[in-house]
Write a protein that binds this ligand. Structure first.
Ligand code: ADP
Length: 481
C-alpha cells in the first residue's frame, strides 16, 4: 500500500467514514496533524537535550578544570619528594568516591591510581585506552555511565605520561534516561490526543458545509421558489455563504417564474392564429380538388406541422398553468382496469402495434382525475411504442394503499445519465437513434406535472437495449374516507 493510501485509510478510520484525498477535510487534517507532530517532537527533543546539558555539563566542566590544573598540582607537590610522589599526591588529592584518576607513564606503567570503589584501569581496558576522548564526554561502560577524558601529562616541559579522569554519573544518567523516557511517553500521548482533537474539530467545523451541499443537491428546479438553506448552528462565514446562496436561489426563482410566464403568454398568443391557419389549411385540403400532387403534399406537411406546433403550445400552456397552480384536478374514483383497457385499445388502433393489459381480476380504483390520467397513460404508451418494436404491456397492481400502473416496453431503454433528466422540459435523449423519432421533449414533463397534481408519483426504471418501465403510483380510493 502506498504512503498516500495508508494515510487516507488511517484518517478515514479516525473520522469513521471514507474521505477523499482531495477533500478540504483530508488536507486540513493531514497538514495540522503533521504540523503538531513536528512541533511536539521538536519541543520534546529540545527538552531532552537541555535536561542532558543540565545534568552532564557541570561534571564535564569540572573534569576539564582538573585535567588543566593537574600538571600544576604535580609541580607543586613534587618539590618535597620527586615527580612520582607529586603525581601520587595529586591523584589522591583530586580523587573522590566518584572521581577516579589513573596516571600512566609513556611506556604503559601505572604511576598513580586513585583508591576508590571504581577500578579505572579495568574500565579503560574494557573500552580501550585509545577511545578515551581528550575533552570530557559521557561513556557507557557496561551498565554504568561516566564522564571521561584523557590528556597528556606535561611537567616542566617534559611529557611524563597520560592522566585519565573519570567521574561516575550512573545515578544522574539513569534519572536523565527515566526523564527522557517519561517525556517520550507524555509527548506520544499528547500527540495522540492532539491528532484526535484536530481530526474531530475539523470534522465538526466542516459539518455545516456538508449540510449545505446536501441541502443544495436536493433542490430541484421545481422547488426553487420554496427552497432555502437553513443551518441551525454554523460559524458566521458559513451562515453568510448560506444567506448569499438563499438570495441567489430567490433571484433564480424569480427569473424562472418570469420565463414560465413568458412562455405561457407566448404560447397563448400563438395558439389562436395557428389554429386559424390550421383550419384554413385543412379546409383547403378538403376542397382543393384541382391541386397538383406537389401542392397537396405541401399543404399536408404544413397542416401536420401546424397541428404539431399547436399541440406543443397546448402542452406548454398546460405546464404554465400547472406551474402557477391554475391547473384544476377533479379527484374522483377511477377504475384503472377500465381506463387502462381503453388506452390499450385506442393505442393499438392508432399505432397498429400490440398493447397488452395485464391486470388482476380484482378492480383497482384509484383517486385521480380520469381525463388527466388518461392523457398521461396515452403519453407513456405512445413513448413505449415509439421507442420499441416489441409488444408494449400495461400492468396494474396495488401495494400499501397505493394503486400502481406500470407501462413496460422492451425497447432501446434509457441510460442512467439520461434517466435523471427525461422529466425535464424539452429534454430529449441525445442518442441519434431517438432523435429521428418525432416528439417535443415535453410529454414526460407534463406527465410528471399531472401525476404530482393528482398526489401521485411517476418514476422510471430502465436499462439501455433492454427496455423501460414507467411506474405511476396513485392513492387508492377508499370509500370510507
Ligand atoms: P418526446 O416527445 O421526445 O418523446 P418525452 O418527454 O415524452 O418527449 O420523452 C423525453 C425523452 O425520454 C425522449 O426524448 C426519449 O429520449 C426518452 N424516453 C421516453 N420514453 C422512453 C421509452 N419508453 N424508451 C426509451 N426512451 C424514452
Amino acid at each position: 500500500m502506498s504512503m498516500h493510501k495508508s494515510i487516507r485509510t488511517a484518517i478515514s478510520n479516525l473520522l469513521g467514514k471514507r474521505v477523499s484525498t482531495t477533500s478540504l477535510q483530508f488536507r486540513l487534517t493531514v497538514e495540522l496533524i503533521a504540523l503538531s507532530v513536528i512541533s511536539l517532537m521538536g519541543v520534546s527533543a529540545w527538552a531532552g537535550w537541555s535536561m542532558e546539558q543540565t545534568v552532564v555539563n557541570g561534571h564535564k566542566q569540572m573534569l576539564e578544570y582538573i585535567a588543566m590544573r593537574f600538571p600544576d598540582l604535580v609541580e607543586m607537590y613534587m618539590e618535597t619528594g620527586g615527580i612520582n610522589a607529586g603525581i601520587e599526591r595529586t591523584s589522591s588529592k583530586v580523587s573522590t568516591s566518584d572521581l577516579s584518576v589513573l596516571v600512566k607513564s609513556a611506556d604503559g606503567r601505572i604511576l598513580a591510581k586513585s583508591a576508590n570503589n571504581h577500578d579505572l584501569s579495568a574500565d579503560l581496558t574494557n573500552i580501550g585506552y585509545n577511545e578515551v576522548p581528550t575533552t570530557p564526554k559521557v561513556v557507557q561502560i557496561g551498565d554504568r555511565y561516566a564522564v571521561m577524558c584523557g590528556s597528556a601529562l606535561i611537567v616542566d616541559g617534559n611529557i611524563v605520561g597520560k592522566v585519565y579522569l573519570s567521574q561516575d554519573i550512573t545515578n544522574e544518567q539513569r534519572q536523565l534516561n527515566n526523564g527522557i523516557y517519561g517525556l517520550a511517553i507524555v509527548s506520544t500521548i499528547a500527540t495522540g490526543v492532539l491528532i484526535l482533537a484536530i481530526a474531530l474539530r475539523i470534522r465538526k467545523a466542516l459539518v455545516p458545509l456538508q449540510q449545505m451541499s446536501q441541502m443544495a443537491s436536493v433542490i430541484s428546479i421545481d422547488d426553487l421558489g420554496g427552497a432555502k438553506l437553513q443551518l441551525a448552528k454554523a460559524p458566521d462565514e458559513i451562515l453568510g455563504l448560506a444567506q448569499a446562496f438563499n438570495e441567489m436561489l430567490h433571484r433564480l426563482s424569480g427569473s424562472w417564474e418570469q420565463q414560465h410566464q413568458f412562455v405561457g403568454n407566448v404560447s397563448h398568443e400563438l395558439r389562436t392564429p395557428l389554429t386559424v391557419i390550421c383550419g384554413y389549411l385543412q379546409s383547403l385540403l378538403r376542397r382543393g380538388d384541382n391541386l397538383s400532387v406537389y401542392q397537396k403534399q405541401a399543404l399536408e406537411t404544413a397542416s401536420a406541422e401546424t397541428e404539431r406546433t399547436i399541440q406543443m403550445l397546448q402542452d406548454l400552456l398546460d405546464l404554465a398553468r400547472a406551474d402557477s397552480g391554475n391547473l384544476q384536478f377533479r379527484q374522483d374514483p377511477v377504475f384503472l382496469n377500465t381506463l387502462a383497457a381503453e388506452v390499450a385499445g385506442m393505442s393499438e388502433k392508432v399505432s397498429d402495434r400490440s398493447v397488452k393489459l395485464l391486470s388482476t381480476d380484482q378492480d383497482i380504483v384509484a383517486l385521480a382525475d380520469q381525463d388527466r390520467l388518461q392523457q398521461v397513460l396515452i403519453n407513456l404508451v405512445d413513448n413505449a411504442i415509439k421507442y420499441s418494436t416489441d409488444p408494449v404491456e400495461i400492468q396494474l397492481a396495488t401495494k400499501d394503499e397505493q394503486a400502481i400502473i406500470h407501462v413496460c416496453d422492451r425497447g432501446i431503454g434509457i441510460s442512467l445519465a439520461h434517466q435523471h433528466r427525461i422529466f425535464e422540459r424539452f429534454y430529449r435523449s441525445d442518442d441519434p437513434s431517438t432523435r429521428s423519432r418525432d416528439g417535443t421533449g415535453l410529454g414526460l414533463a407534463i406527465a410528471k406535472s399531472l401525476v404530482e397534481g393528482m398526489d401521485g408519483r411517476i418514476t422510471v426504471l430502465s436499462k439501455p437495449n433492454e427496455g423501460s418501465i414507467f411506474t405511476i403510483t396513485l392513492p387508492i380510493w377508499n370509500p370510507q374516507r
